[in-house]
Design a protein around this ligand. Structure first.
Ligand SMILES: Cc1ncc(COP(=O)(O)O)c(C=O)c1O
Length: 373
């Protein structure tokens, strides 16, 4: 009671408080939305020494929803608001492999929207659990190709069409996705490398990252090389290398990347070259980043860094190569970081390093396996 009386008295004597957002520090971030982007640029010292190039990556796993997709999620909602497509209390609906959904779900909470996510049932259980914890309604649907009307994207579109005050954010073909990277990630890379970046390489899901970053950097210096990194089972390597929409052999354990078509975000992207990265190489690099560099990230990050090393080999020493760490490893305990699951895929052998120090890290993987699978 005393405290209540005291605050009431204080309120009476205090002047009216100005509640407009105040930028009393450049470092101040305003809410969840203000946390998206402006990620650090990391230089991997050992890989840089080995290649003679600066191998660098944007720490996109440090975005507030834990992935590079927070940037796209923010722009997808922001532009829908600006165009008046969604009103307060509305519903945001998306088809997503998970990370865009997680970004959207966070932003929906911060802005007071409902969130409904359709995702292929091949994605990690952890992503579903995170989405549900964030209050999203999750529909895990059978993974079928895009030309099948039961594909998760078409299901999301139909659901939005039948819902009042709802938007289908359509990350694959809504180019506000690549605009996010043109307006934020690209300029950040330019500034953080002080304009010295020679090449960027990114694996591709929607194509938003590579198209947006690539276009921005080419506008600053057309000599910067933009290289697409592609996993097993995707068509994009063959498309950008040989002009054929032909799948490469195998199927990948990586999530969120690889594509069967040229999305609207990818159309017209200034891509100079493509490199193929096998799951073996992506896994080896993911565990190198864990054991040797201390970064706990997902397999698309490993794939990106492996691609950066390949690009360094193509360009020769003395170049600055930039990629990104896409998301944290915490979403993959039951797969990438599960011994039994990785053994079932024939990939466990590539998670290990031979000397004793590395055995310590391999034990870590084994322990996770015992606890989680
Ligand atoms: C883990 C992960 N890495 C990379 C990407 C690819 O990014 P983009 O959609 O901008 O091509 C995604 C996209 O969902 C992702 O989830």
């Amino acid at each position: 009671m005393a405290a209540t009386r005291l605050s009431a008295r204080l309120l009476k004597v205090r002047p009216v408080v100005d509640i407009r957002p105040r930028n009393f520090s450049k470092e101040l971030r305003h809410g969840f939305v203000g946390m998206v982007g402006n990620t650090p640029l990391i230089r991997f010292n050992k890989l840089s020494e080995q290649t003679g190039c600066d191998i660098t990556a944007k720490a996109e796993h440090l975005n507030p929803g834990g992935s590079v997709k927070d940037r796209a999620a923010l722009y997808l909602i922001k532009e829908a608001e600006e165009k008046g497509l969604i009103k307060p209390g509305g519903t945001v609906i998306e088809g997503t492999a998970g990370n865009t959904g997680i970004g959207l779900a966070h932003i929906c909470l911060a802005k007071g929207y409902k969130c409904v996510i359709f995702m292929p049932d091949t994605q990690s259980q952890e992503k579903i659990e995170v989405l549900q914890t964030l209050g999203a309604e999750v529909h895990a649907v059978p993974a079928v190709p895009f030309d099948d009307q039961m594909n998760y994207n078409h299901q999301a579109r139909r659901y939005a069409e039948s819902t009042e005050n709802a938007i289908w954010t359509n990350q694959f073909d809504n180019i506000s996705n690549r605009r996010a990277h043109f307006e934020t990630t690209g300029p950040e890379i330019w500034q953080q490398t002080e304009g010295r970046v020679d090449a960027v390489t990114f694996s591709t899901g929607t194509g938003g990252t590579i198209a947006g970053v690539g276009s921005y950097l080419k506008s600053k210096n057309p000599n910067i090389k933009v290289v697409l990194a592609d996993p097993e089972g995707s068509v994009l390597y063959n498309y950008f290398k040989y002009g054929e929409l032909k799948r490469s052999e195998g199927s990948s354990i990586t999530e969120g990347i690889g594509q069967g078509r040229v999305t609207s975000n990818l159309q017209g992207a200034p891509i100079d070259n493509a490199v193929f990265v096998s799951d073996k190489e992506a896994v080896e690099m993911t565990f190198f980043l864990l054991h040797e560099e201390g970064f706990f990230v997902g397999a698309s990050s490993g794939l990106n860094v492996a691609a950066a090393v390949k690009v360094a080999e193509l360009l020769g020493p003395g170049h600055v190569i930039t990629t990104c760490l896409c998301d944290t490893g915490q979403k993959y305990f039951r797969r990438l970081f599960s011994r039994s699951w990785m053994e079932s895929k024939g990939l466990y052998v590539f998670t290990r390093h031979s000397n004793n120090e590395r055995e310590v890290a391999a034990n870590y993987v084994r322990e996770l396996d015992l606890n989680r699978s």
